[in-house]
Design a protein around this ligand. Structure first.
Ligand code: XMP
Ligand code: MG
Length: 181
């Protein structure tokens, strides 16, 4: 049972739904004059958040995905990032909004931001569901943020540990004994 590995729920399904609706409204208003709006999801963690978010944005938009792997341990990234799957189409001239599940050190997103920025989008911004500001190693402007959280390792709503728990409806704190040996 997945639930036996969970210490407690940190953000409920209802809180997530309300926050995603708020973010969707703000994004809809900010991008209403864009005629080339592209949301770029970071695989795989952002998939659940992004699929809910796009249905709260009342504008024409396109989606694309990028998969990156950051070398490091399973709970900590090293900042050395490799592109596993690049975007299908060019971002040149587009208003790009990067959608990420969680920002920890900021190294992964900062790397992606710089790569996409070098490809000459009309604009580029960042939307993240969760942020652990206490762990930040590089400066990063987050334009749209769901929740700031303390330094817990969390799973659910797209976030995983060792590939598991993505299908939980709430954001949950994992029992430490699951990832500490
Ligand atoms: P950095 O340190 O580069 O890391 O900002 C961001 C990536 O690390 C993963 N990450 C987590 N994944 N629960 C997770 O399931 C967490 O608490 C957590 N903290 C960081 C995540 O893949 C994110 O993209
Ligand atoms: Mg991720």
């Amino acid at each position: 049972m997945l639930n036996n590995d969970i210490e407690r729920v940190l953000i409920t399904e209802k809180q997530l739904r309300e926050k995603v609706e708020q973010l969707g409204k703000k994004i809809s208003s900010d991008y209403k004059n864009s005629d080339n709006f592209l949301m770029v999801g970071v695989l795989k963690g952002a998939v659940v958040f992004m699929s809910d978010l796009i249905r709260c944005v009342n504008l024409p938009l396109q989606i694309d995905f990028m998969a990156v792997s950051s070398y490091g341990t399973s709970t900590e990234s090293s900042g050395v990032v490799r592109i596993l799957k690049d975007l299908d189409e060019s971002v040149e001239g587009k208003d790009v909004l990067i959608i990420e599940d969680i920002i920890d050190s900021g190294l992964t997103l900062s790397y992606m931001y710089n790569i996409l920025k070098s490809r000459k989008p009309a604009s580029i911004k960042i939307c993240a569901l969760l942020d652990k500001p206490s762990r930040r190693k590089v400066e990063l402007d987050v334009d749209y943020l769901g929740f700031e959280i303390p330094d817990y390792f969390v799973v659910g709503y797209g976030l995983d540990y060792a590939g598991k728990y993505r299908n939980l409806c709430d954001v949950c704190v994992l029992k430490p004994e699951i990832y500490q040996d």
